[in-house]
Design a protein around this ligand. Structure first.
Ligand SMILES: [Zn+2]
Length: 291
């Protein structure tokens, strides 16, 4: 009998034959020059490879780059979701980081979190006509929100239907194994709220570990996750950022290599919003067949 929540509540993957590739950028820089240089290059590499992506936008970053973001709101390859307004943590993390030591970051209050999510969804709606249904949690957490039905209730009330919050291990460090596949928060009372973890390493942790200029060293660690996802029909969910994907790599060569590798492996690429929609469709089809 399985004793892992991600196995017991596992969501039916939309591309179980060939595996799925998800890439989500946390767009959160406080420097609009960084965000806008990133956006220009991201559009170029995603159009060149025809790989879709999700931008998880911090509200205050939207405020600084409204005009640069506007044309991308209706771009067929991109999807806008949120990352809170001020990058407020949903859960505290105590990171046992082998490079920078032990560090603690405190979560916001429940009232603050509700306001952060509501304000960002309102901004996305008023500015771009986007209905926000997805959120990635600042810093990401060990076991996502499986222990926090109070937070899930706030997110559900605010219209969030999928989260990317499982992104650390028991030391609040990384990597997150590929075994942690997307699952439903049914046990917590939210059977239609989907957790899509991030796998392996968020780029920042790994790039500082191998050295920011060591592109090949980074790819040598990331590729095996993608190869395994392709071989076993699993979902690989990758997290990077506006400021880190361009740091010591202004052309985003690392990210472009990942997109091309996903294509070469035959992984099905899609935005997180499309992924959620397809998982829901597959779930109702499966339920209909078994009924
Ligand atoms: Zn972030």
């Amino acid at each position: 009998m399985s004793t892992s929540v991600y196995e017991v509540e596992r969501a039916a993957p939309p591309a179980s034959e060939q595996g799925t590739f998800l890439i989500g950028y946390d767009v959160e820089s406080r420097n609009p020059a960084v965000t806008q240089a990133f956006l220009r290059r991201a559009v170029a590499i995603h159009e060149a490879t025809d790989v879709p992506a999700t931008f998880f936008l911090v509200g205050r970053t939207i405020d600084l780059s409204r005009e640069a973001l506007r044309p991308l709101a209706s771009h067929p390859l991109f999807d806008f979701q949120q990352h809170t307004f001020n990058h407020v943590l949903l859960k505290s993390v105590c990171i046992e980081d082998p490079i920078d030591g032990v560090r603690f970051f405190r979560a916001g209050t429940l009232e603050q979190i509700r306001e952060e999510v509501r304000r960002t969804s309102a901004l996305l709606r008023d500015e771009f006509g986007v209905t926000c249904t997805g959120l990635t949690g600042p810093y990401a957490y060990y076991r996502g929100l499986v222990d926090r039905p109070d937070l899930l209730e706030i997110l559900w009330d605010e219209g969030i239907r999928f989260t990317r919050t499982w992104g650390r291990d028991e030391r609040d460090w990384q990597p997150v194994p590929l075994e942690v596949q997307p699952f439903w928060y049914r046990l917590q009372g939210f059977p239609e709220l989907l957790e899509v973890p991030l796998h392996g390493w968020q780029d920042i942790s790994l790039r500082k570990s191998v050295g920011w200029t060591n592109h090949d060293g980074f790819l040598a660690v990331e590729y095996p996750y993608m190869e395994r996802a392709a071989a076993e029909g699993l979902t690989f969910s990758y997290c990077t950022h506006d400021h880190s994907s361009t740091r010591d790599d202004p052309e985003m060569a690392i990210t472009e290599s990942l997109l091309r590798r996903a294509r070469a492996l035959g992984l099905a690429p899609m935005t997180y919003a499309t992924y959620y929609r397809r998982v829901v469709e597959r779930t109702s089809v499966t339920a209909g067949v078994s009924a």
